[in-house]
Ligand binder design. Structure first.
Ligand code: A2P
Length: 306
């Protein structure tokens, strides 16, 4: 097993008490077609700030929305995963991007819009934003990133770090295998689909698997969720998963990691797990809140769920 050493990264060069002002340079829809899930790709110009060259993919930046809540307190900081590569969006080191989904909720017949996500999604080129960061030091590609195979699992905007990581790998001379498994409700919700389709067409060592959950069902009646690709795509995935130099990364909605760990456990792929206590019955019967007492990710598995 190759040594998995994460790089040293800078943290919180700018904090909430000392944010930096950056300018928006682009803001476009990241879904393929019109989708009722509004997801946008927003790029900022960080020229002249200490963030240039210091944000690695896998990290987040903080956004401070202007204004105050109903109790007169300033809106709180929200973290957004960077979706540009470490070398910068469009190959420009002064450009950093994120991927944001508008949060919209209906409570008691009233519609609520998430403060930060809708603030970000409404921004236009030229608008100024208060930014902090970078944040996060655990969800990174290892130092010797080209020596590994990767199985990336993403749901929704959890795709953000993988977009940058895939660009980092394939802009270098990457020869190992990289699989992106992406889950979303409908085909209209696929994010950056054109880019990943093209990557899949052009690179025999890049594989793009889609798990569309609400359009059809698997033969056993269960939903197409990302974790089911482990058994549904055995021929492709087993040889990769059984290599010593393969790492798993998971990003997206909280709960998805448990489904993946259960599937890995059932398939005997336990090198990706740390078994604290073997379940007596089926792994499916372990309650979510007790799961970590039984099974945790091993050093070969990285998760960022929210
Ligand atoms: P569904 O909502 O049909 O149950 P988005 O962030 O765009 O809403 O996409 C999240 C995707 O993750 C959806 O396809 C959703 O399916 C799916 N999903 C929901 N719960 C889980 C889970 N526990 N494990 C894996 N995927 C999940």
């Amino acid at each position: 097993m190759a040594d998995i050493k994460l790089p040293e990264v800078e943290l919180n060069i700018y904090s909430k008490n000392n944010p930096v002002e950056v300018e928006v340079v682009e803001n476009y829809v990241a879904t393929k077609e019109s989708s009722p899930n509004f997801v946008r790709h927003v790029t900022f110009d960080i020229t002249g700030t200490d963030l240039v060259d210091r944000i690695r993919v896998g990290q987040s930046v903080g956004i401070l929305p202007p204004g105050e809540d109903e109790r007169g307190r300033p809106h709180r900081l929200r973290l957004y995963s960077v979706s540009s590569p470490s070398t910068g969006e469009h190959g420009k080191k002064h450009l950093v991007s994120t991927t944001v989904k508008r949060t919209i909720e209906e409570i008691d017949n009233n519609l609520y819009l998430g403060i930060a996500s809708n603030y970000l999604a409404n921004l236009k080129p030229g608008d100024k934003v208060r930014m902090t960061g970078p944040s996060g030091k655990r969800f990174l590609l290892p130092e010797n990133a080209l020596n590994f195979n990767y199985l990336f699992f993403a749901t929704g905007t959890g795709i953000a770090p993988f977009r940058g990581m895939i660009q980092d790998l394939f802009s270098a001379d990457y020869k190992n295998d990289c699989v992106l498994v992406f889950g979303c409700p409908y085909r209209t919700d696929l994010l950056y689909a054109d880019y990943f389709e093209e990557m899949d067409d052009k690179n025999t060592n890049f594989h793009y698997l889609k798990s569309i959950s609400r359009e059809s069902r698997r033969k056993d009646g269960t939903k197409f969720y990302v974790q089911n690709q482990i058994s549904d795509q055995k021929e492709l995935l087993y040889p990769i998963l059984n290599k010593e130099n393969t790492l798993i990364y998971i990003c997206g909605m909280k709960g998805m990691e448990l489904g993946i760990y259960k599937e890995l456990y059932k398939q005997g792929l336990t090198d990706y797990l740390e078994i604290k206590k073997s379940p007596e019955g089926s792994v499916d019967d372990i309650p979510s809140d007790k799961f970590k007492h039984f099974i945790k990710p091993s050093a070969r598995t990285f998760e960022e769920v929210y």
